[in-house]
Design a protein around this ligand. Structure first.
Ligand code: ZN
Ligand code: ZN
Length: 117
């Protein structure tokens, strides 16, 4: 997996945008996070934070070590979360679910993709 250093700015986004018509979305979401990093949008479940885009575990609140400053929690709808979502860059927003409805669609994409083989 190439790291972000191997992409020129915008290049990963361009590659992934071209793949949108043919490649499975869950795969593109993982590739995008690997290329440009996780967006500051998370899902929160039993104290664990998962990346809203690729579902990798990106932190937890169990020990209080990882505060949520600068991150948006899907479905939280507080001013801070809304501000983070409004401030997402194009790279961060691409294929990232930011509403409960989009998160549910992404879940269905994953189930479909994982059930393929
Ligand atoms: Zn991610
Ligand atoms: Zn919030």
């Amino acid at each position: 997996m190439p790291n972000s250093q191997t992409f020129r700015p915008g290049e990963a986004v361009a590659i992934i945008t071209r793949g949108l018509e043919t490649a499975p979305l869950p795969l593109l979401r993982r590739l995008l996070c690997a290329a440009v990093g996780h967006p500051p949008v998370i899902e929160y479940c039993f104290g664990q934070h998962t990346c809203a885009r690729c579902t990798a575990i990106v932190g937890d609140s169990l020990a209080g070590a990882d505060r949520l400053t600068g991150k948006a929690i899907i479905g939280h709808h507080c001013e801070d979360c809304d501000a983070v979502i409004l401030g997402l860059t194009e790279e961060q927003r691409l294929l990232t679910p930011v509403t409960e409805a989009e998160a549910e669609t992404a879940r269905q994409d994953r189930l479909t993709y994982e059930g393929r083989d």
